[in-house]
Ligand binder design. Structure first.
Ligand SMILES: [Mg+2]
Length: 228
């Protein structure tokens, strides 16, 4: 096999991420119950607010905190309480401090792949938040480069392809998100390894698109060793 280039997603591909946000959201939703709002309604408002804030402020904990605060302001109005504001602040700080929980089989698989192929970490988010996380994961040495984009769309894929002189036919995007990993990579003409994660964030869901590249569906990261 020719040497391949792998662009590898980080959140919910190399380490757990969304599960921690989901826990915080579940707690927030139950704290809104005494105000008389159903869980589904609270979640819908939060999703709406998040979508808007992401466009303005990007991804990450700071943007999430802003969205939870705004949702609380909308739901509670004049009944807003100082202990709830403190809870939101403390929960956001906890999310920031959570060290990366590397998924099972990931370090061995990266070591295996790095001996044969070129690996580039490609994640979206705030560089100030993602870069220390990548550092703390202990995985950075397997990668020839790290790319952090505010959004993973067709344009940012094409940018990475040009910058690293990638031959598309011999390149694969590996990730868990239909919206950020699978679809834009296929649109950009890359091949894709789709590894669904059960806790993938609602806002990352999408119908799978078609492209000229190949798509491989795997159930775990370690299965990459069977194919490459
Ligand atoms: Mg991901």
């Amino acid at each position: 096999m020719k040497r391949q280039t792998f662009l590898i997603d980080a959140d919910d591909t190399l380490w757990e991420n969304n599960v921690f946000f989901e826990k915080a959201i579940a707690e927030f939703v139950s704290r809104m119950e005494p105000l008389g709002y159903s869980a589904a309604y609270v979640r819908r408002i939060l999703n709406e607010v998040e979508k808007r804030n992401i466009r303005q402020h990007g991804y990450g904990v700071a943007s999430f905190r802003r969205s939870v605060e705004e949702t609380y302001r909308r739901l509670a109005g004049e009944l807003a309480r100082s202990d709830e504001w403190a809870w939101i602040r403390d929960r956001a700080r906890e999310l920031e401090m959570t060290p990366p929980h590397v998924l099972e089989g990931v370090p061995e698989t990266l070591a295996f792949l790095a001996r044969r192929h070129r690996l580039i970490l490609f994640t979206k988010g705030e560089p100030a938040e993602q870069a220390p996380k990548i550092e703390r994961s202990g995985l950075v040495n397997y990668f020839e480069a790290v790319e952090i984009a505010p959004e993973k769309d067709r344009v940012s894929y094409e940018h990475v392809v040009r910058r690293h002189k990638i031959v598309k036919q011999n390149a694969w995007m590996v990730g868990n998100s239909p919206r950020s990993d699978v679809n834009p990579a296929l649109e950009a003409g890359l091949n894709v390894v789709f590894i669904p994660h059960p806790m993938t964030w609602e806002l990352e869901h999408a119908e799978l698109a078609c492209g000229t590249g190949r798509m491989l569906l795997l159930t775990s990261f370690r299965d990459l060793r069977k194919h490459f």
